[in-house]
Write a protein that binds this ligand. Structure first.
Ligand code: DGT
Ligand code: CA
Ligand code: CA
Ligand code: ZN
Length: 583
């Protein structure tokens, strides 16, 4: 469970970072951002730490200095932070709502408030529609259009929660439900069980000897804002985060069929029911029936088996060929959640990350990884203080020292090299050749034509030192569309040059996404799955990327960082074009 008080402080500190950024205050925004990041990773309530050890205890939290500790103390003891209240008074705007719109950052928010008194997305839309935005300094027609597009993008996706928020929430609710006496099984079904990238609502299924007890406990959870339905075996609630959750209590003999039914997808279920009917069965959430006799229902396996199908992982249930494959006993053997052994994209305090190389490496080790590549940004991404050649060499020396000192984790030197408009890189080939692992990625010029964008990435892939393209389509879920690309041509070039494509596991990105992974695979493209972590907490994101690869029908052999550290390193020693040819 994300601890309540911590999550309130995370929000306050991130907002303070943005508010101070708007006022051009130097250094301080970074300190608040860092504090917010480290509270995210904290597993204990700050109030408990404060009660036990006072302000000195707070200062022991990584990323929390004296100033931040004092503000935490103030919040714990008075429920408010005075300088936050003051900042909000000067700038009473909905920061998280506005920054969620693509193209709107802290500086823009300040300008919008100063010039047009814009406080929220609704004000912003009105101003854009009436043509007031384009008259502002540095704005113009194009930015106004971009903002309107961003707002409509938001509306289309409104009401759905990112998997990255929904999964921890679901897990904490499952933990709570399991503790209720008489409960013997709890599962999360629906889109969450299929690891879909956004979630409409949560669906819980429970076996319990006393359903009434489960109902009262469910509607009384501290996260519950409102109860929309309450019955003997079924309830629905609205949670604080805005998402709805359904819960059903089932008898054991129907648990498998309910799990199957409520996992979906709807398209998968419709196809399955057609098969059932053809075989003279009736299939619903209570079981598989021949006449009035239940022939299966206790387990999912039982249902699929009676229909002549192999059981299939929920990630595959989209009715895009999995049912046919299951009927021919030709389902792919998917990569497992514990198959990935190293994380190949991480950022540190050397650029825009919140933690040092050593902190990141230690956390990666704690999570069971065998290796981690440090891939800080490069110089043309100026706002991250990106590395130039000299800084990269200095970092390589530091990594060498750390590798001698640390055991049980190997650190590879690397970079996330920024790709210019024409596909060129901002680091010399000589230095790229010295790095263990080089990723390259696009962070600008998102609006080029398909032709230009495809040529741009292929030129980058032709560089013999570029091992992988990071977040290849640069989409941001619910925020920014993928760039225009001739994907087939891109995938062909990736396979030909031996350039790996990343499945970025960050729940904002998930890039390449499931269906593109599946298509790339037909061209024999090889993948790596990375977290793109900018803090130790984000190193745990790997599972989201693995889920995406599974939804793209990937086997272990398709994903190169399933190799151990020695094999991975040996592979990188080979010339790119020869790495995968014998496979
Ligand atoms: P969501 O909540 O929008 O992210 O997506 P789901 O897939 O979780 O959808 P939800 O919560 O409406 O329903 C859960 C599952 O129940 C769904 O995946 C399939 C099943 N289901 C719901 N409605 C129908 C239906 O009308 N027909 C069939 N065959 N299955 C349904
Ligand atoms: Ca659902
Ligand atoms: Ca539902
Ligand atoms: Zn990055």
């Amino acid at each position: 469970m994300k601890i309540m008080r911590n999550s309130e402080l995370i929000k306050i500190f991130s907002e303070m970072a943005e508010l101070l950024e708007m006022k051009d205050v130097p250094f301080k925004p970074r300190a608040f951002e860092k504090a917010a990041h480290s509270l995210e990773a904290l597993e204990e309530d700050v109030a408990d730490i404060y009660k036990r050890e006072g302000i000195a205890g707070l200062e022991k939290i990584p990323g929390v200095g004296r100033g931040i500790a004092e503000r935490i103390e103030e919040y714990v003891t008075t429920k408010r932070i005075r300088d936050y209240a003051q900042l909000k008074k000067e700038m009473p705007v909905d920061i998280s709502g506005l920054t969620a719109i693509e193209g709107v950052g802290p500086k823009t928010i300040r300008l919008l408030y100063k010039k047009l008194k814009i406080k929220n997305v609704r004000d912003l839309e009105k101003a854009a529609r009436s043509g007031k935005l384009k008259k502002l300094p540095r704005f113009g027609e194009k930015l106004e259009e971009k903002i309107l597009k961003g707002i409509s993008f938001q509306k289309i996706h409104a009401g759905r929660m990112s998997l990255g928020e929904a999964l921890p929430l679901s897990r904490s609710i499952i933990g709570r439900l399991k503790k209720i006496p008489g409960v013997s099984a709890v599962e999360s079904a629906g889109s969450l069980r299929r690891w879909q990238e956004t979630i409409g609502d949560l669906d819980f299924l429970v076996i319990a000897s006393e359903p009434a007890r489960v109902m009262s406990a469910f509607v009384a959870m501290p996260d519950v804002m409102g109860v929309t339905a309450r019955g003997e075996t079924k309830s629905a609630v609205r949670l604080r985060s805005g998402i709805h959750a359904d819960l059903r209590v089932l008898p054991p003999e129907s648990f498998g069929s309910a799990l199957q039914y409520f996992t979906g997808s709807k398209d998968h279920n419709v196809a399955l029911r057609t098969i059932a009917i053809a075989k003279k069965y009736k299939l619903n959430e209570y079981g598989l029936f021949k006449g009035n006799r239940r022939v299966a229902g206790e387990t999912e396996e039982g249902i699929y088996k009676k229909l002549g199908l192999d059981w299939m992982p929920p990630e595959l249930r989209t009715n895009t060929g999995e049912i046919e494959a299951a009927g021919k006993h030709r389902l792919p053997k998917l990569i497992d959640y514990d198959d990935v052994r190293g994380d190949c994209q991480t950022q540190t305090t050397w650029t825009d990350g919140a933690h040092s190389i050593e902190e990141m490496a230690r956390e990666a080790k704690r999570l069971g990884r065998e290796y981690i590549a440090i891939t800080d940004h490069t110089k043309s991404l100026a706002m991250t203080h990106g590395s130039d050649e000299a800084k990269l060499r200095k970092q390589m020396a530091e990594i060498k020292k750390l590798n001698k000192r640390l055991s049980g984790i190997r650190i590879f030197s690397g970079a996330e090299v920024n790709i210019a408009k024409d596909g060129a890189l901002d680091i010399s080939d000589a230095v790229l050749a010295e790095l263990d692992f080089v990723g390259a990625s696009i962070h600008s010029h998102f609006n080029l034509s398909t032709r230009e964008q495809t040529t741009r990435l292929i030129r980058t892939m032709e560089n013999p030192h570029v091992d992988a393209i990071f977040h290849p389509t640069t989409r941001v879920i619910q925020k920014r569309d993928a760039i225009a690309l001739d994907l087939d041509e891109l995938f062909k070039a990736a396979a030909r040059t031996g350039t790996m494509l990343e499945v970025n596991a960050h729940p904002w990105r998930l890039d390449l996404k499931d269906d593109l992974v599946r298509r790339a695979k037909t061209f024999d493209v090889k993948f790596i799955i990375d977290t793109d972590a900018h803090s130790t907490a984000e190193l745990s994101y790997l599972e989201y990327g693995i889920a995406q690869a599974r939804r793209g029908w990937c086997a272990k052999k398709d994903v190169i960082n399933t190799l151990g550290a020695a094999d991975f390193s040996a592979l990188l020693e080979k010339p790119k074009a020869k790495r995968f040819s014998s496979r």
